[in-house]
Design a protein around this ligand. Structure first.
Ligand SMILES: NC(=O)c1ccc[n+]([C@@H]2O[C@H](COP(=O)([O-])OP(=O)(O)OC[C@H]3O[C@@H](n4cnc5c(N)ncnc54)[C@H](O)[C@@H]3O)[C@@H](O)[C@H]2O)c1
Length: 253
């Protein structure tokens, strides 16, 4: 097992990529605090982990709130004595819209969750990891950071910001033996995908339009990202920090 006896926090763990990653961390031996603004979703993932024979707890947390991030970190350390992995994964999408029609409140919420939410996670998790002289802070970015789609300017800017944040945090964490890595998925089959396609639900037209933009000819499944997160969280990735790892089927090539 690649994460035996490690302690992980996963934000946005109630659905999609976060849920798959939390389950995969637990299968590799980690104890996982599953956090989500959707408390029922977090509980469902934690219960699935326990049914698999793993150890988990669930927490309601809005990553845009400092106090919620602080409480998450304190709770993991109080329960399990350490914090080895923090997957800052919670995010919100953007309905494709030309900039003149994007309301400022949309900008503010996307930035609050996708940028400030990651920044706050780092603010509270990294000091613990630095003290331990061990830890991995992972960030779910997006191919939108480097290969945006039309009408997604606000979401793309938020993901670009966290790719740069990853590099800067990696520099300050490295002397303490702590790594910081971003993961950039191309379109992934989760509840979020329909919004990117400007549809109420993913349909055949949307799926084939997106698949046409991925050289490997398919969309990501959440497990594609979960396997990447396990690798990056593990000692197999001991020399990887400051990078943004594309999981994109060649879209950004
Ligand atoms: N699905 C895609 O095509 C895709 C592509 C690239 C990147 N991403 C990124 O992957 C990450 C996970 O998204 P997903 O695709 O699994 O979507 P998802 O909608 O399945 O999951 C997102 C989760 O984040 C939670 N969340 C939203 N706001 C939150 C907040 N303020 N605090 C705590 N939790 C919050 C939601 O409740 C949900 O459970 C996001 O950062 C997203 O931007 C997704």
């Amino acid at each position: 097992m690649k994460l035996m006896d490690r302690v992980a926090i996963v934000t946005g763990g109630g659905s999609g990529i976060g849920a798959a990653s939390a389950l995969a961390f637990a299968r590799e031996g980690a104890r996982v605090l599953v956090a989500d603004i959707d408390e029922a979703g977090a509980k469902t993932t934690a219960e699935q982990i326990e049914r698999q024979g793993g150890q988990a707890a669930a927490a309601r947390a809005d990553v845009a709130r400092a106090a919620d991030n602080q409480t998450l970190v304190e709770r993991a350390v109080a329960m399990w004595g350490q914090l080895d992995v923090f997957l800052a994964n919670a995010g919100v999408p953007q309905w494709p819209t030309d900039i003149e029609d994007v309301d400022e409140t949309v900008f503010d919420r996307i930035m609050a969750v996708n940028v400030k939410g990651v920044w706050l996670g780092a603010k509270y998790a990294l000091p613990v990891m630095k003290r331990q002289r061990r830890g991995v802070f992972l960030i779910t970015a997006s191919t939108a950071a480097t290969r945006p789609r039309r009408g997604g300017q606000t979401y793309a800017a938020s993901k670009g910001a966290v790719v740069t944040l990853t590099k800067s945090l990696a520099l300050e964490a490295a002397p303490h033996g702590v790594r910081v890595v971003a993961i950039a998925p191309v379109a992934t089959e989760t509840p979020m995908l329909a919004t990117f396609m400007a549809k109420p639900a993913v349909d055949a037209e949307g799926r084939s339009r997106y698949i046409a933009t991925v050289p490997l000819g398919r969309l990501n499944q959440p497990e594609d990202l979960a396997r990447t997160a396990v690798f990056l969280a593990s000692d197999d990735a001991a020399m990887i920090t400051g990078s943004c790892v594309l999981v994109d089927g060649g879209r950004c090539a």
